[in-house]
Design a protein around this ligand. Structure first.
Ligand SMILES: [Zn+2]
Length: 297
């Protein structure tokens, strides 16, 4: 599955450290649920090292999770983290902001991700505390970004150009992607799930998710660092995120048109994706979420 370009260098705590292309790394966390062992880092994080400092993509699920990400960073560079980009509003994208800010980093997120963070802080914190334990979450201060943008944000550091785009989200409202044109590399955030089945929740929109994925595809990336899963190619990202969403919407729509009920939508055939992790736990729930979303579309 792992494309030839990425090279696993080490494992720091719960994070696999992968060199993706020159000066760009992925820290691949747990594919499964938040736990005391993974400190809430059940996602993939990214690092771009430049001559003037590093840029971190997503700050981890807790303060202790951020410290573990910092250890992974120190395993590949001694450059300080100058910027942290939050690609969305989900806990593991931003609960480590305060830690990196205390080390001098500036935090960047879209306005919609920030609004989502503000709206869900207490519920996200409570769920995280329950899953990783109060001892582990202690010290975590959820803090949002000081640099915000509406649709697109561009900046450069050490000669590396970054573009962040947000449309209507998908998995959650503020989901963004980060494009490095010269490197042809995309950080997909929660718009790209590979290896494990994506999860549609009450706050998700499969319709917006498809639009966000289509916008991301237009850049034709050579390298993708997903929000969940190891560094990969566009082909795998498309098959495991986009094709799944398209199929689910098409099949659920047919079910609704046949006057099928919510209770029977769970029976639709999703077996093409059953090789993915958490298929059993999520496939039926995803069908119900899409039914809820499409019933009145
Ligand atoms: Zn996520």
């Amino acid at each position: 599955m792992q494309p030839a370009f990425a090279k696993k260098l080490s494992k720091i705590g719960g994070l696999e450290v992968h060199l993706v292309t020159e000066n760009i790394y992925a820290f691949v966390g747990e594919l499964g649920q938040r736990s005391p062992e993974n400190l809430g880092n059940n996602a993939t994080f990214g690092l771009v090292v430049t001559s003037e400092g590093a840029v971190l993509i997503d700050s981890g699920g807790s303060r202790k999770g951020a410290i573990e990400i910092e250890k992974a960073i120190l395993s590949v560079t001694d450059k300080p983290v100058k910027y942290v980009i939050n690609t969305g509003g989900q806990d593991h994208r931003w609960f480590g902001n305060e830690y990196f800010r205390s080390k001098g980093a500036k935090i960047i997120s879209s306005v919609s991700a920030m609004e989502d963070q503000e709206e869900r802080t207490s519920i996200e914190y409570a769920v995280m505390a329950q899953l990783i334990g109060y001892g582990i979450i202690s010290g975590t201060e959820p803090e949002t970004a000081e640099i915000n943008f509406e649709e697109k944000y561009e900046f450069s550091l050490g000669g590396v150009k970054f573009e962040i785009h947000v449309l209507g989200g998908g998995h959650s409202a503020g989901d963004s992607f980060v494009w490095l044109a010269n490197q042809k590399l995309m950080f997909g955030g929660d718009i790209v799930f590979t290896e494990r089945l994506l999860a549609l929740r009450e706050i998700s929109s499969s319709g917006e998710w498809i639009k966000s994925f289509e916008a991301l595809s237009k850049f034709n990336p050579e390298f993708i660092i997903p929000g969940h899963g190891r560094p990969t190619t566009m082909a795998q990202a498309r098959k495991e995120t986009y094709d799944y969403l398209i199929y689910l919407r098409k099949t659920v729509k047919a079910h609704i048109n046949n006057e099928g009920a919510l209770s029977t939508v769970v029976g639709i055939d999703q077996s093409k994706w059953q090789y993915m992790a958490y298929f059993k736990e999520l496939a039926r729930r995803n069908a119900m979420a899409v039914y809820d979303e499409m019933e009145f579309e």
